[in-house]
Design a protein around this ligand. Structure first.
Ligand SMILES: *Cc1c(COP(=O)(O)O)cnc(C)c1O
Length: 362
């Protein structure tokens, strides 16, 4: 089979070196004669995996000692429910910044548990481009302020944090480990693993210690941060295999030079694709430059009627899963850490060929 490039938004591409490492260790983990999937999460071999993953994440993200890292399950949507239940009483107000599809879903879920205030941030400028306006200052001390740093479906990146005294909670499902961040600006960060971190099944929560023991609502213990922190994220059996693969991803990122190297690569890859789209009179991306995602690039063909042929020919050319999310339509190329620059070059070459063929047929 000739080389393929996987542009899926999630579950998404993993680095080939990581998959090979996992394969190499699959039948005989650490000389135990069994796979990592078949050992107790409390065995010394797995506890070593757990500890090294924590250490790697602390190093990569420069996570200070007064933050816990939790390795949970239930995905980002699980956190849409867990965050309000852990951080706010039902009569308290919470504040949600709505920058796109996922932040709106998070706000919707939180309404079941707290009093939600919402600020819609999407606006159109004079050129008809979509951008995020600066959030209004949040003055009424909600229990927390929730935002989504990168809207995976809309292809929108949030660049301005709101002014508030309340802790910031950020859904970083599609951008955590894609760039450097200042953890101290946030009270809590969560991310499902299957975009840029590892396989589906694992959900990371990075939480400032003082938020662990807020008086909380009645909720399942598996979603209770305090309970999971005390149990070392092993109150129930964690998703051990996804956790181990995540360790291999973290080791790989460290070997590549850490998050500043990832950020530089992701900027270069996305700029190459955006530059092509911008000079094209065939494809369009209507997100304002300052809010363009560096990992999810949505674009449209001149007409949806061309989409089936586009997708079929892209697949034949080894460029997989370019269909956009049904909520926004069009196409989307996800360029997470694992996507090499050569994949983006192959995509741009294909885009150019498809455009010139289609123009000839007109
Ligand atoms: C994928 C994604 C989600 C949903 O994740 P699940 O693990 O399927 O619940 C939520 N938020 C963002 C930003 C995402 O990219």
């Amino acid at each position: 089979m000739s080389q393929v490039f996987n542009f899926s938004a999630g579950p998404a591409m993993l680095p080939e070196a990581v998959l090979r490492k996992v394969q190499e260790n699959l039948l005989n983990f650490n000389g135990l004669g069994v796979s990592v999937m078949e050992i107790s999460h409390r065995s010394p071999a797995f506890l070593a995996v757990a500890k090294e993953t924590q250490d790697c994440l602390r190093t990569l993200l420069a996570i200070p000692d007064h933050y816990h890292i939790l390795f949970l399950q239930g995905g980002a949507r699980g956190q849409f429910a867990a965050v309000p239940q852990n951080l706010a009483k039902s009569e308290q107000s919470t504040h949600y910044l709505c920058s796109g599809y996922w932040s709106a879903c998070a706000a919707q879920e939180a309404k079941r548990f707290t009093r939600v205030q919402q600020q819609a941030l999407q606006q159109h400028n004079a050129r008809g481009e979509l951008f995020l306006r600066t959030p209004d200052p949040i003055l009424n001390n909600p229990a927390y302020v929730h935002l989504c740093s990168n809207e995976t479906i809309d292809g929108i990146r949030m660049t301005t944090l709101p002014q508030t005294q309340s802790p910031l909670v950020a859904d970083m499902s599609s951008c955590l480990l894609s760039e450097t961040i200042d953890i101290c600006q946030y009270g809590l960060i969560y991310a499902c693993a299957q975009k840029n971190i590892g396989p589906a099944g694992l959900t990371l929560v990075i939480i400032r210690d003082e938020l662990l023991n807020r008086e909380t609502q009645l909720m399942p213990d598996i979603f209770n941060y305090q309970c999971q922190a005390q149990a070392g994220s092993m109150y129930n059996t964690p998703s051990t295999f996804a956790w181990y693969v995540t360790l291999e991803v973290c080791r790989w990122i460290l070997a590549q030079g850490g998050l500043s190297a990832m950020a530089a690569d992701n900027e270069k890859k996305s700029a190459y694709l955006y530059d092509y789209l911008d000079q094209s009179n065939f494809y369009t991306n209507t997100i304002a430059k300052e809010n363009r995602s560096r990992v999810n690039v949505p674009f449209h063909l001149p007409t949806p009627a061309l989409e089936p042929a586009f997708l079929q020919q892209a697949t034949q050319a080894g460029l997989l899963f370019l269909q956009g999310h049904r909520a926004v339509g069009g196409m989307r190329a996800s360029l997470y850490n694992a996507m090499p620059f050569s994949g983006v070059q192959a995509l741009v070459d294909f885009l150019e060929q498809f455009a010139s063929k289609s123009k000839k047929h007109q």
